[in-house]
Design a protein around this ligand. Structure first.
Ligand code: M6R
Length: 359
């Protein structure tokens, strides 16, 4: 069943290009995004979006919060389900409550959804498993169509969630009439290119294999990025923690100087996400600061950066979300290759379960 791959995780990383194609099938045409699953009444009168999820699904939610505000001009905030449930949240009925879950069974996310429903909010689940507890509970479901995900470390579920949420942001933007037609065209064009951006270049895989030899000795990792590359940094750090058991943190690059940079030394590995199409100069100056304090820098970018000790080159594109998916592949492969070298169980890491159905 691994189809010649060493691990389910590896197979699932390589499947991403195809499953994203499935995920988009019938959902976009030349002019707009189509979601048959959504009744117009679901978004009527909605002025705010609240997203709730756990783990990797939380990271796709955080990514979406940037896209919803940028593309749909809807106020959007994101919460970790286990926090949301116990904080006496203020909920207003003009809020659409979105939960994101691969399994549809995560206990905290399911309970958060039930709370929002009880408060009279309209709800939507972005989910990979049809007929799961969440799809049975929410008012509407958008399935991510990633196929069964076996590796405990989520890969293709995250990718398809992010694509669905990006499409949803465009759907909202169009419905609210806030997206200029040329802007929408540009976004649709980029969306159509996502499957291609997820085709894995042998060179990138080889590079992550080579880097893994040294990087397994890191005493700590910072994954840094800005804007949507901040949640991507969180996701990269989570992957490394889960399967390599190395200490890694994801940080918004601009926050480093507010404390974490004190940790910088040559054994601190910084994985810097440096997209060409979004805030390049800003992230560059953050990385310069870390380099000046002797952190070992691995930049992931289409542009070579002189101060990097190591460099994973991504393809040149004209949209930051295409860079996002290319960098995601590099991060997934890097954590997997480090885990392999450490002799860990890539598909079934210690202490973790695929679905967390306890609180
Ligand atoms: O099934 P869910 O998406 O609700 O699961 C949420 C998290 O438990 C899950 O994403 C977890 O963080 C993964 N192991 C991450 O790789």
């Amino acid at each position: 069943q691994k189809d010649g791959f060493r691990f389910f995780m590896e197979k699932e990383i390589y499947e991403q290009s195809d499953v994203v194609g499935d995920c988009m099938l019938g959902r976009l045409n030349d002019e707009e995004i189509l979601f048959d699953e959504i009744d117009k009444s679901l978004i009527e009168g909605i002025n705010e979006i609240k997203i709730c999820a756990c783990g990797t699904s939380y990271h796709s939610g955080l990514t979406a919060s940037y896209l919803f505000e940028r593309l749909s001009k809807v106020k959007c905030n994101v919460e970790i389900a286990s926090e949301f449930r116990y904080k006496d949240p203020l909920l207003t009925k003009d809020t659409l409550f979105i939960v994101i879950s691969q399994s549809g069974e995560t206990a905290d996310t399911l309970e958060a959804l039930k709370m929002a429903k009880a408060a009279g909010l309209k709800s939507l689940v972005v989910c990979n498993v049809d007929n799961s507890s969440m799809t049975r509970t929410a008012d509407a479901t958008i399935l991510t169509r990633a196929g069964i995900e076996k590796g405990v470390a989520s890969t293709k579920a995250f990718t398809t969630q992010t694509v669905v949420l990006w499409m949803l942001a465009l759907y909202f933007g169009k419905a609210k009439n806030v997206l200029q037609s040329d802007k929408l065209q540009n976004e649709l064009k980029a969306l159509r290119e996502v499957p291609k951006s997820l085709i894995i270049d042998d060179k990138i895989h080889e590079k992550t294999k080579r880097l893994s030899k040294r990087y397994l000795h890191g005493h700590g990792f910072f994954f840094i990025g800005r804007d949507v590359f901040f949640p991507l940094a969180l996701e990269g750090a989570l992957k490394l923690k889960e399967i390599s058991y190395l200490h890694a943190e994801g940080y918004p690059a601009g926050e480093m100087k507010h404390g974490p940079i004190a940790l910088a030394d040559p054994e601190l590995f910084t994985i810097a996400l440096m997209p060409e199409n979004l805030l390049y100069d800003k992230i560059k100056s953050n990385v310069e600061e870390l380099s000046a304090r002797d952190s070992t820098i691995c930049s992931i970018s289409p542009l070579k950066f002189d101060l990097s000790d190591d460099f994973i080159k991504t393809k040149k594109t004209d949209h930051y979300m295409l860079e996002f998916f290319e960098m995601l592949i590099a991060l997934q492969l890097l954590s997997m290759e480090i885990s392999v070298r450490l002799g860990n169980d890539v598909d079934m890491p210690r202490n973790l379960a695929k679905s967390v159905t306890v609180e």
